[in-house]
Write a protein that binds this ligand. Structure first.
Ligand code: B12
Ligand code: SF4
Length: 504
């Protein structure tokens, strides 16, 4: 039996880790997850577990936060192996050069790669031919070919929620975080999903990237959780879009209210959403949806971001959502190379027109794993020496003369949308230097919109914020990343966004 300790530094239940843990356990191994904010002594808690393997989840910018811990754990546990997975190593094997800290990476969906890897390590076998695994070979970061993505999600054991809900704080929240699907219909140029579609499916006939659990499986999964954790009052689907597969919502609307019966919030892809889907969402108990508007300029949204949302869709869908009494929030992006400041004000205006119940606003970040990001690096539009930490709330890494205004506009966006006459005020305020008052304004709006509009509860969100207070405006311990020295994060903002469109 191999003992695997997953380590994370955001106070959130990670679906990928839950599933990896349940698959490992189904094969006779043991697994647990350690969340920095929830442990009195994080370092010692992991040590007390006596792991054979440490599993690190990493998005870009977040990959090095636990290197300091690993160095110490390695001294105390000489046999320890470490593996990194998630979006960052899936698209960038260069992290393998940090060989003191990372023994291997796993690209893409890692359920079976993880089992094979830990078993090979335990038996002292070579890992050279295990699909999905990447290792450093003769100084070269070498990535093995990957398995196609798991076609039938119902073949997986239920995600192991216990490794997160052993923490009283996570178990006592009102809202349960769940995933019903994997994939996405769109391939927006600023999102990693486009490359996942290209690299993670073999192209064999009939193979799918967009997959949904059967409604029966999902209802059973929920009831299995509620039998042990009965306090949840609402469900949040973290999927890119709950309307992933045609026909699914209708069966879901028949069964969910009877077999689960909790209200829920979810993300939707509005270019694939019709009135029938919205009626089914309402019938099932949907109280709130979120979708990525991203830009108020149709030209940018369609031609540059390839988002597929026409202005007509953007104005018509909200009317239908209102008709069925479903609240809606938009996700918006500031500061991509495709947009002028005026385009960003057009995003403010379009939000004002469609009257959302809340707006999340993120700052564009060029990921090498996206079409737009790759262009940015090639065309030298990125200030690679500038440290912006892992979060998409903190700063812009783009070289642009108006970068200060862009960042200020992200903070003050909601004033432009929701305060009468706000746009004129924001136009003046963005000329000022960046300052904490603007950040508090953003936090205030997000807190209210997230907690009240989506039904999360003011108190739950406040507690989450206080737990992460040190991380909200401070720098994260040991956090270094590709483009700079120290990484910072807005942990509250990250966690409050649990439910965003992947346009994060
Ligand atoms: C839900 C979601 C969130 C949620 C939950 C966080 C999470 N990472 O699960 C919230 C809202 C908190 C969130 C926050 C952020 N997110 Co997010 N998020 C997603 C989303 C839509 C789905 C992730 C998911 O659960 N998929 C389903 C599960 C089953 O798959 P998975 O997580 O990928 O896990 C599999 C593999 O990655 C791997 N794996 C996972 N963990 C581990 C661990 C180990 C040790 C190993 C070996 C393997 C492994 O095996 C898993 C099972 O197959 C993705 C887009 C997408 N479609 O992937 C973006 C995505 C991951 N997010 C992204 C970003 C940028 C962020 C933020 C930085 C945004 C911000 N607020 O500033 C933060 C970072 C917070 C954090 N610490 O991760 C980017 C990452 C891009 C990149 N190259 O790094 C993505 C890819 C979207 C995009 N823009 O392209 N996110
Ligand atoms: S941004 Fe959202 S809609 Fe676009 S490809 Fe990514 S997950 Fe899909």
């Amino acid at each position: 039996m191999v003992r695997v300790a997953f380590v994370v530094t955001t106070c959130h239940e990670f679906e990928g880790i839950k599933v990896l843990s349940s698959v490992l356990k189904s094969r006779g191994h043991d697994a647990d997850c350690f969340v920095t904010s929830e442990e009195q002594d994080f370092h010692q808690a992991v040590l007390d577990y006596q792991p054979d393997v440490i599993g690190i989840y990493a998005t870009t910018g977040q990959e090095k936060w636990c290197y300091g811990h690993i160095a110490r754990w390695r001294k105390e546990l000489p046999h320890l192996k470490t593996v990194m997975g998630g979006p960052h190593p899936s698209f960038d094997p260069e992290v393998l050069h940090d060989e003191e800290y990372v023994d291997a990476i796993l690209k893409g969906e890692a359920e079976y790669g993880m089992v094979d890897l830990v078993e090979a390590w335990a038996a002292g076998r070579s890992t050279d031919f295990i699909p999905n695994v990447g290792t450093l070979q003769n100084g070269v970061a070498t990535q093995n070919p990957i398995r196609p993505v798991i076609q039938d999600l119902d073949t997986l054991p239920f995600p192991d929620v216990d490794i997160f809900y052993k923490y009283p704080f996570l178990a006592s929240k009102r809202v349960l975080q769940v995933h019903a699907s994997r994939g996405c219909q769109n391939s927006c140029t600023y999102c990693s999903v486009g490359l996942m579609k290209k690299e993670w499916v073999s192209g064999a006939r009939g193979e799918k990237f967009n997959r949904t659990k059967s409604v029966d499986y999902l209802c059973e999964e929920m009831n299995d959780i509620f039998a042990r954790y009965p306090n949840f009052r609402m469900v949040n689907f973290g999927d890119a879009a709950l309307n992933m597969e045609r026909g699914w919502l209708s069966e879901f609307a028949d069964k969910w209210p009877v077999r689960v019966g909790l209200p829920f919030a979810c993300n939707v892809n509005i270019n694939y959403l019709n009135e029938n889907d919205i009626a089914n969402l309402a019938r099932a108990g949907c109280v709130s949806v979120q979708f990525g508007l991203e830009s108020g300029s149709e030209e940018v949204r369609l031609r540059v971001y390839k988002k597929g949302y026409t202005d007509k869709v953007v104005t018509e869908i909200p009317k239908l959502l209102r008709k069925y009494k479903i609240t809606y929030r938009t996700n918006n992006m500031m500061g991509s190379p495709a947009e002028s400041l005026e385009d960003m004000f057009q995003t403010v205006r379009q939000n004002r027109e469609i009257k959302p119940d809340g707006c999340t606003v993120l700052i564009y970040r060029p990921f090498r794993s996206t079409e737009l990001g790759r262009q940015d690096f090639e065309l030298d539009r990125v200030d690679v020496g500038k440290d912006i930490g892992p979060s998409l709330h903190s700063d812009s890494q783009m070289r642009r003369d108006d970068v200060n205004q862009v960042v200020n506009l992200q903070r003050l966006f909601n004033i432009g949308v929701f305060v009468p006459g706000g746009e004129a005020l924001v136009r003046k305020l963005i000329q000022l230097p960046k300052n904490p008052a603007f950040e508090f304004s953003l936090l205030g709006f997000l807190w209210y919109q997230h907690a009240v509009v989506s039904g999360y509860g003011m108190l739950d969100d406040l507690k989450l914020g206080l737990r992460n207070f040190g991380q909200i405006f401070g720098r994260r311990e040991g956090g270094t990343h590709e483009y700079g020295k120290k990484g910072g994060t807005d942990a509250l903002l990250e966690t409050m966004d649990a439910g965003l469109d992947a346009g994060l």
